[in-house]
Design a protein around this ligand. Structure first.
Ligand SMILES: [Zn+2]
Length: 414
């Protein structure tokens, strides 16, 4: 498609990614007024069970004003919207001051191998990029009302640990005083009794302020000034009562896998517990580790890492791109607040951001919360043609704000 438009695309990293897989890169050169903007998506999707769908999940059927198929929302549809914007800008022949880059990555759904390979193998291409726009936002539409437009600026850091203690195995009937279970349980209890500090980060504060806009009464007051609410007993209790909000206000420590003996009358050689720890994006991992060790207070208990830890990711709010997105959202969705959620889940953004670019997650469409809940990674995923038009406009206008050679003030008045 790009070749037909006179744009050279590059299929990359085929050997590293394996059969049938690749990364993709293309560029519209700018006149050199600034560093590149990259429209980035992942090309892979999760699986689908055809019998649970009302259409073939891999046919891309257009029906009832929607494109139906696995990936329509997560995130082939988003990638196609980016491609349409890329081609539209080329066809319009608008001289862009910045380079515009289009990237498709493989394998986001299974650990980000595609983006990690791309970043590692093409530092020259990554170095040119100042901003990455990709998935990850939480624009909220409920009962036809757009409650907020999300610019996602962070991700909590999955910092998984295993607490392990060794002891002396023996018969349960004659305890020797070196049972690892008896050492592990009190240490785990000390961790569970610990209230991780509540910390209102600027993006979360902004996110709550956006939620306040259509709240009422006391809740509106608490959401619009969460810092003050957290100082009061009732305000604090209310803010923390919703699990999603609680998770945005603090690091969480959740014990999940617990292992000791597999027989009642055997004292095991070793006992362990796995902790699903989710750090706030800007948490100091060294200091947090010290806190954990202080709580454990037992030199025989080791803390082992589980899996790879992604780099921390947190995007600044005070950037040209953020302001451009705010202006475009303001024009397209008058009166709708811009919110800055951070995500408790994981995406490719930490890898990109760690390599230099400032990354934002956006939804280039307005999809009912209910609908995305059942269809993303579920069944009958679909994207309306109206939303494709919306997304195309959102991307084209954002690129024009950033690289159209006008300053934002002029664009705002148009
Ligand atoms: Zn995705």
């Amino acid at each position: 498609m790009l070749a037909k438009e006179g744009i050279r695309g590059m299929i990359l990293d085929t050997a590293e990614l394996g059969a049938g897989r690749a990364n993709f890169y293309a560029k519209l050169p700018g006149t050199g007024g600034g560093r590149a903007i990259a429209l980035v998506h992942h090309m892979d999707v999760v699986t689908a069970t055809p019998k649970d769908w009302t259409v073939d999940p891999f046919a891309g059927t257009i029906k009832d004003g929607h494109v139906w198929g696995r990936g329509a929302l997560d995130m082939k549809g988003h990638g196609i919207i980016q491609l349409m914007a890329f081609i539209a800008l080329k066809r319009a022949g608008v001289p862009l001051t910045r380079d515009l880059v289009y990237v498709g990555n493989a394998d986001e759904e299974i650990g980000g191998l595609g983006s990690r390979t791309f970043i590692e193998r093409h530092p020259d291409l990554v170095k040119e990029i100042e901003y990455v726009l990709t998935e990850g936002a939480d624009t909220r539409v409920e009962k036809g009302k757009v409650r907020w437009f999300g610019i996602d600026v962070g991700e909590k850091l999955a910092w998984w640990k295993r607490m392990v203690v060794k002891g002396t195995t023996s018969h349960g009937s004659v305890p020797l005083g070196d049972n690892p279970v008896e050492r592990l349980v009190p240490a785990l209890n000390r961790i569970l009794a610990y209230d991780t500090p509540i910390r209102l980060t600027p993006p979360v504060d902004r996110f709550f302020k956006a939620q306040a806009r259509d709240a009422t009464g006391q809740e509106r007051i608490w959401l619009s000034d969460a810092a003050a609410a957290l100082e009061t007993r009732r305000g604090r209790a209310w803010l923390l009562s919703e699990p999603e909000r609680n998770a945005l206000l603090r690091t969480t420590i959740t014990p999940t896998v617990l292992k000791g003996s597999d027989k009642t009358n055997i004292i095991p050689q070793e006992a362990s517990v796995e902790l699903d720890i989710r750090l706030l994006p800007d948490e100091d991992t060294v200091a947090f580790r010290r806190t954990l060790e202080r709580l454990i207070a037992d030199p025989k208990i080791r803390l082992e890492p589980i899996g790879d830890v992604a780099p921390p990711y947190s995007a600044p709010l005070d950037t040209e791109m953020f302001r451009a997105l705010e202006r475009v959202a303001g024009r397209m969705l008058p009166g709708v607040p811009v919110a800055t959620p951070i995500s408790a889940g994981a995406s490719d953004r930490p890898y990109w951001a760690n390599a230099g670019p400032i990354c934002y997650g956006i939804d280039p469409y307005l999809v009912e919360l209910e609908e995305s809940r059942y269809s993303v990674h579920g069944n009958d995923e679909r994207l309306s043609l109206k939303n494709i038009e919306f997304g195309l406009r959102l991307y084209v206008e954002t690129v024009m704000e950033m690289a159209g050679g006008r300053n934002g003030g002029t664009a705002e008045r148009e």
